[in-house]
Design a protein around this ligand. Structure first.
Ligand code: GLC
Length: 662
């Protein structure tokens, strides 16, 4: 059962699509205690064995208990354990124990989830203003609660079929020849590939919807050349529109008043990759339509997929921020001149000849993604002026919505690939997400695994992380292990940052291992696609925590490094260095299937319990649930080349599989 409560005057985020009458919270919300004295605060006691699932793209475990999380879309590439905010804001949790209750806080500004951090047995959710909708969902078990939630937020995005292939990306590919070399490296070494991503360098001076004509002299022709090799090119689109007289997107936006504005009505300015930019006001319906329409420029040249970036929106600095640094510099000079130390920081008085004055350093450090800057600009929402920080978490959502709504006009009925860095629940109807700038760390492979079910709970099915790791230098074994997990994630993309070690699979020795591991993705494609479609159409999860399937089994409930995948499988990837295998917990009898490097399948029935499963670097293991089977095809070099006639059922004798019929 779903109940909707209204507090104050909420902003209409359109996260929920189902119409429901809002109840007054005067006599409580059926769980815990709510206070609206200072902002909003819900406090409720948790039972000792209660598990808290959810929060989508968030740090730490599948069970969120024991820490603090703040939904406040943030461009921060250091995803270390104590980070409380990442790029997305997904305010849905399920408290599951003796009873099962889901809570969705439809609130677009920063909101804090203290899940047993301050007090182990206490959940406290608080935010600055008591203007929100709270949805309280009760059900028979955690999965039942999730399915009810998914029903009210509308159907998840479905990408084109090719987007279930493997993609290569790197910040640093500059020219058509760079891209050709990547495709050649893959094809020549028989490593499957369907997509190559174009990062910011394909643009002319980082201007959205432009292509650098020196580096890509005949872009449409190049797109076609790639398509002839079964490769889709996927360009990036950034949130900031470069300020440059003569650049039509900039000029039109200014003329029509479609950019976010300062309090005095002037266009807000922030520096991102192109230098000074304006942000399109994607919360304004007309501006959204206008910005979305621009994607047509690339679609008309044969492009059929995009990734939306920097849409928290990220800011490197603003003129106001730079001014505050300048002030600190002048102030320091004045103090020195006057020989007056009273206004200086203690560190300035010490003998630190090379250090910047304390205040200057502090202000420099605060230039990027500064809180004060997010309060400096406004959106025009149906004629009403709304300060950005009050709706901060809706920017990436609406930038992606702008594109998806335009796609319907530009190419009705056609599926176009779209995924975004920043997001809010509701965006799951318009696109997928990738989990941003992770690192080439073993811990981030595990974090990737843990996020998948939480993301699915919030409607995000087409998701994945930068395989191999974005920042820092990867290693061959890390990449192989990460790919062996990535074969299961709908978005399967290898992406790396500028300046890091080359990370394309053909850069490493024994490329046949990569060819084999990625080949498994294509062998599993009939299953993965079918299960994805079922999950999207039926409001189900593709990845579930073991506890959702075996709720009575305490070991299953506590397992944080294995997942259920679709209705038939369990996966248990290797995520540690120098391992020959790993311990795996089987909540029931299952059939271990290993995709061996020679193309054969190793099969063995394992009893319920704990097993050590040997997994070489070039093997991909999975576990088929008792009495089930899955379709497995022959490997192929691209999605188009997967031959359905080669499909064989693998698993338990006599089992049947329900293939999703389009
Ligand atoms: C951001 C993105 C990253 C991209 C880079 C350059 O850091 O998250 O994926 O490569 O910008 O565009």
């Amino acid at each position: 059962m779903v109940k909707k409560y209204v507090f104050g005057t909420p902003f209409e985020t359109e996260a929920v699509t189902e119409h429901m009458t809002a109840l007054s919270p005067d006599s409580g919300v059926g769980i815990g205690e709510v206070s609206t004295q200072e902002g909003f605060c819900l406090r409720c006691r948790m039972g000792t064995l209660d598990v808290v699932y959810g929060l989508g793209e968030a740090n730490r475990g599948i069970n969120k208990r024991g820490y603090l999380y703040v939904s406040d879309c943030t461009d921060d590439p250091e995803h270390v354990e104590d980070k409380v905010s990442l790029y997305g804001a997904h305010n849905f949790i399920v408290i599951s124990g003796e009873t099962h209750v889901g809570l969705f806080f439809d609130y677009p500004a920063a909101i804090c989830f203290d899940i047993g951090y301050t007090r182990q047995d206490m959940l406290t959710v608080s935010c600055g203003y008591a203007d929100l909708y709270l949805y309280v969902i009760t059900g028979d078990d955690a999965y039942d609660v999730v399915k009810q939630f998914r029903r009210i937020i509308g159907k998840s995005y479905i990408p084109p079929r090719y987007a279930f292939g493997y993609g290569q990306s790197r910040w640093g590919y500059r020219t058509a020849d760079d891209i050709r070399a990547v495709v050649d490296g893959y094809r020549r070494n028989h490593i499957p590939l369907d997509m190559v991503y174009l990062d910011i360098d394909y643009m002319q001076d980082y201007k959205d919807f432009t292509v650098n004509s020196e580096r890509f002299p005949d872009f449409a022709g190049f797109v076609e050349e790639m398509r002839a090799q079964q490769i889709h090119l996927i360009p990036i689109i950034d949130a900031g529109v470069k300020i440059e007289p003569g650049y039509d997107v900039y000029e039109e936006g200014v003329e029509k008043g479609y950019f976010c504005k300062r309090e005095d009505g002037s266009d807000f300015v922030a520096a991102v990759w192109p230098g000074w930019t304006h942000f399109p006001d994607v919360l304004n319906t007309e501006a959204r339509e206008w910005f979305g329409g621009k994607y047509e420029r690339l679609i008309s040249q044969g492009i059929d997929g995009f990734w939306n970036d920097m849409n928290e929106p990220a800011m490197f600095y603003t003129p106001e921020g730079v001014e505050s640094v300048n002030e600190a510099v002048s102030e320091y000079a004045r103090f020195l001149e006057a020989g007056d130390a009273s206004g200086l920081y203690e560190e300035d008085l010490m003998n630190t000849a090379n250090a910047l004055p304390g205040k200057v350093r502090e202000r420099l450090g605060n230039l990027q993604n500064n809180e004060a800057d997010y309060k400096r600009f406004y959106h025009n929402v149906n004629g009403r002026r709304v300060r950005h920080d009050l709706v901060h978490n809706l920017f990436g959502y609406n930038m992606t919505r702008a594109a998806a709504e335009a796609f319907e006009q530009i190419a009705p009925g056609k599926r176009i690939l779209m995924f975004s860095r920043s997001s809010y629940i509701g965006m799951h109807r318009y696109g997928g997400i990738w989990t941003g700038d992770n690192k080439s760390w073993w811990s981030h492979l595990l974090l990737n695994l843990k996020m998948m079910p939480s993301l699915n709970m919030c409607g995000f099915l087409y998701t994945g992380a930068d395989l191999g790791g974005f920042g820092a230098n990867t290693t061959r074994d890390l990449l192989l292990r990460w790919l062996a997990f990535g074969v299961f994630t709908p978005l399967m993309r290898n992406h790396a940052a500028l300046g890091t070690r080359q990370q394309e699979c053909y850069q490493f020795e024994h490329m046949e291992d990569f060819s084999h591991v990625i080949g498994v993705r294509y062998r599993l494609l009939p299953y993965l696609y079918s299960e994805y479609m079922k999950a999207a159409v039926r409001d189900e999860m593709l990845f579930r925590p073991l506890g959702f399937v075996y709720p009575g089994d305490r070991i299953a409930v506590q397992t944080e490094d294995q997942l259920m995948l679709g209705n038939e499988l369990m996966i248990a990837p290797v995520y540690t260095q120098n391992a020959d295998g790993r311990m795996v917990y089987l909540p029931e009898e299952m059939k271990l299937v290993k995709f061996m490097p020679d193309g054969s399948l190793y099969e063995e029935i394992l009893e319920k319990g704990v097993h050590y499963v040997a997994v070489a670097l070039n093997e991909v293991p999975l576990f088929i649930r008792k009495g089930r089977c899955i379709p497995v095809a022959d490997a192929a070099q691209s999605v188009d080349a997967v031959d359905e006639r080669t499909i064989k059922m693998t698993g338990y004798e006599g089992a049947e599989y329900e293939m999703f019929a389009e």
